[in-house]
Every structure is written in structure tokens, then in C-alpha cells.
Design a protein around this ligand. Structure first.
Ligand SMILES: [Fe+2]
Ligand SMILES: [Fe+2]
Ligand SMILES: [Fe+2]
Length: 419
């Protein structure tokens, strides 16, 4: 099997992870990308820059999503408020990426003011054109309200943007927006959820016609980082689960490509945790029933995001079924054991192993003996797969090395305040 994924398919699906909240999806990134691409088309931006623009727009708030304080601020902030931290954090996440490095500068400056009053000190044409476009598109998107008729909102939104022209926004871009905003179809597209599939089909790709499996591994690592940063309890949890899953897949004789796919599933398994507020993830005491119900939704979102990626149906199952159990009493799909694939059983065993052997702020890592005892008990109770757990502990030296690596990394993460 030659594994190839179209960049726009992957990025448009993963950008949904940036939208997750307890109030449902807002499609902020999708709509910002659509507005940005219309502005770009109207001013005749070249094809290459248009593609950078759309991908950067789809990921522009990636630096905010680990923190709900930041995320909430972005729904309500007034222009000129200090919202630069997440732009810089987004730049840091993307800058060394072979796949997304070329989007980093655009993301870094996406709130820079035209008049040079932002911390970067850049002004006017020195701000990348792609950043200037996203800044304006982002503000238009934030000003829209879902429950109000879009044409009633149109005059107020346009006049609010015109007032900020020359201070915060590039006047030429505001002018361009006013020109094409006469088209009713633009506003109808914005509020039509069925239109977006067409929009994404029209995006070619920014020089990368396909992502191969190694590209997807490194992109998944970026998302693993933002998921693990949602809580100081989980410094490097996703990477640990990915490593242990790969080890277990190898023990089962998976091919090189399958091992990489299992690793990707491990990196993405908790992606849906971006839907859970930090206060709940970080709560030191006992969770209420309602908080527990919210936490238990996360594999649902992992699945609904990953299943949108062509060729990912197995990876989506392996990743998202990690809280399903052999006795069929797991959550949130309550998959019967007979339908639970080996890949899902592997990620689930890896998840428990890593959780027990990593340091948590409230307890040290458990010893290998204690971990083995708990996990064998979970096999007897119908929770974990017997043969996968047997593989894990059959080679005790490798299991010990894995546990030591996980515990060392989690120590570093806690000491370094990763969270
Ligand atoms: Fe932003
Ligand atoms: Fe934004
Ligand atoms: Fe989980």
C-alpha cells in the first residue's frame, strides 16, 4: 500500500481540532480561510501565495488551542488588545516543520497592525501580505453571529472594518473587501456549511501535491504537542503512547508502514481532548459526573476528525477506540470486543501502560511490577487484550527500557513546565 494524503484534506480536517469547544464547532478557521482566499483572488495575489494563505488561515490560531483562556479571548477580543502571544506560539510550533515551516511567518504576524503599533514593530508593506489578509479576514469572521440574518449583519460589519482601515488593516485590502462584498453569494457561501467541501476541493496544494506517511508522522507530532500541553499532567503522554504502540505493533509482526500508521494513531489518540477545558483536565480532586461525561467525549471527537481524512479509516479506529474494552463496556462507542481491531487494542494497552509509568504531579511513576499487576488484572476483568499485554511484558528488558524512557521524559516535561 502506498500511503498518500492530499494536504488540503489533512489540514482542513485537522483545523477542526482547533475549533473544539464545549459549545460545538464554530468553523472559525474554515470561514477565515474562505474570506482570505476571496480577498486574495480579488487583489490578484499569485497562486503560490494564495495557497500559503489558505493553509496558514486554516491553522492560524494553532498557538492558542492548548489554553482555554487564550481560546476564549479570541472569540471576544477587541482590535488592539494584546493577542500576540498565540501568534508567536503558533510560529514556534510551525517554524521547524518541513511541511508547514513556510506558513510560520504568516501565522506569526496575523494580528500585526498596519500602523506598526504591534510588538513586532512591522508596519505597512513590511507585514507579509498573507498576514495582512488573515488579520482582516479573521476580524470579519469574529464579527459574524450565527443566529442573526447574515444580510442584516453585512452593513454593520463592513462599516466596523472601514473604521479600522489604515490603523489596524491595510486600506487596499479593506477597499477590495468592500468591492466584492456586494456579491450576495459571498455571504451565502460563508454561512452555508455544505459549501466548504467544494471550497476545499478547489485548493490544490502549496507545492506539496501529497503528504507521505513520514510527513503525516511529523504533522501528528505537532498536534500531539498541542494536545499534551492542555494539561501539566500529560507532558509527553501522546508521544509515549505512540512509541509503545509502535513497539507492540512490531511484536505483532506489522509491516514498516503499518507500524508508522499505529504510531500516527498513538500521536493522535487524544486529539479530541482539545474539546475539554483545561480546568477539567487539570482538576486535582474528584471529578463531578458532569465533568466526567465531558472528559469521556474526547475519543468521539478524535474519531469524527480523523475519519474525514481519506485513507485514514483504520487509523481513526485505532486512535479513537482506545477507551473501548474487550467486554464491550468501554466508551464512547461501546464497540463489542469481537469488533475491536488489533490496532485499537494495541493503542489501548499502550495508553494504560504510559499513564501508569509516567510521573504525574500528584504521584510518581508506578514500578514495572505494579504496572504489570494492574494491567494483568485489567486483562482478567475483560478490559485489555490478553495477547497484547503478554507481548508487552514478555520481553521484560524492553518493557523496562520503555518505562524508563517514559518516566524520564515525563520528569523533564514536569520540570520544564510543559503543560
Ligand atoms: Fe489569531
Ligand atoms: Fe483567529
Ligand atoms: Fe484518552
Amino acid at each position: 500500500m502506498i500511503f498518500k494524503i492530499h494536504p488540503s484534506n489533512l489540514v482542513s480536517a485537522l483545523s477542526i481540532a482547533l475549533e473544539l469547544s464545549t459549545n460545538g464547532l464554530s468553523r472559525h478557521h474554515w470561514r477565515t480561510a474562505l474570506i482570505a482566499s476571496r480577498i486574495a483572488r480579488h487583489i490578484g495575489l499569485d497562486e503560490w501565495q494564495r495557497q500559503i494563505l489558505v493553509y496558514a488561515a486554516l491553522l492560524h490560531d494553532i498557538g492558542a488551542v492548548s489554553s482555554w483562556t487564550e481560546k476564549r479571548k479570541l472569540n471576544t477580543f477587541r482590535v488592539g488588545e494584546d493577542v500576540y502571544h498565540h501568534a508567536e506560539a503558533g510560529y514556534e510550533l510551525l517554524k521547524d516543520s518541513q511541511q508547514f515551516g513556510m506558513l510560520a511567518e504568516t501565522v506569526r504576524h496575523h494580528h500585526d497592525n498596519w500602523d506598526g503599533s504591534s510588538p513586532s514593530g512591522l508596519a505597512g508593506d513590511d507585514i507579509p501580505i498573507t498576514s495582512r489578509i488573515i488579520n482582516l479576514a479573521d476580524r470579519l469572521e469574529v464579527l459574524l453571529h450565527d443566529r442573526e440574518d447574515i444580510f442584516k449583519q453585512r452593513p454593520n460589519v463592513l462599516s466596523a472594518l472601514r473604521e479600522l482601515s489604515g490603523h489596524y488593516f491595510d486600506p487596499e485590502l479593506v477597499k477590495a473587501l468592500h468591492e466584492f462584498a456586494r456579491q450576495e453569494s459571498f455571504w451565502l457561501d460563508l454561512v452555508n456549511p455544505h459549501y466548504y467541501q467544494n471550497f476545499f476541493r478547489q485548493i490544490d496544494s502549496y507545492g506539496r501535491m501529497v503528504f507521505d506517511i513520514d510527513d503525516v508522522v511529523t504533522i501528528a507530532e505537532i498536534f500531539a504537542t498541542i494536545v499534551d500541553r492542555t494539561s501539566s499532567f500529560t507532558g509527553t503522554h501522546s508521544r509515549g503512547v505512540a512509541e509503545v504502540s509502535a513497539f507492540l505493533a512490531k511484536a505483532k509482526g506489522y509491516s514498516q508502514e503499518e507500524i508508522k500508521l499505529v504510531k500516527i494513531a498513538g500521536l493522535f489518540h487524544d486529539l479530541g481532548k482539545l474539546a475539554i477545558p483545561n480546568e477539567i483536565l487539570e482538576k486535582p480532586g474528584k471529578l463531578t459526573d458532569q465533568e466526567l461525561a465531558i472528559i469521556r467525549q474526547h475519543p468521539y471527537y478524535t474519531y469524527r476528525i480523523l475519519e474525514q481524512i481519506d485513507g485514514f479509516s483504520l487509523v481513526a479506529e485505532w486512535a479513537a477506540f482506545h477507551h473501548e474494552t474487550i467486554d464491550g463496556a468501554g466508551y464512547p462507542f461501546r464497540v463489542p470486543g469481537t469488533s475491536l481491531r488489533l490496532g485499537s487494542r494495541i493503542v489501548s494497552v499502550a495508553d494504560v501502560f504510559v499513564a501508569l509509568t509516567e510521573n504525574r504531579p500528584y504521584r510518581a511513576a508506578l514500578s514495572l511490577q505494579e504496572t504489570a499487576k494492574i494491567m494483568r488484572g485489567m486483562v482478567s476483568n475483560g478490559k485489555l487484550d490478553a495477547s497484547v499485554v503478554a507481548d508487552l511484558f514478555s520481553d521484560i528488558d524492553s518493557a523496562r527500557t520503555l518505562a524508563e524512557q517514559i518516566s524520564a521524559k515525563s520528569c523533564e516535561a514536569i520540570a520544564g513546565g510543559a503543560g
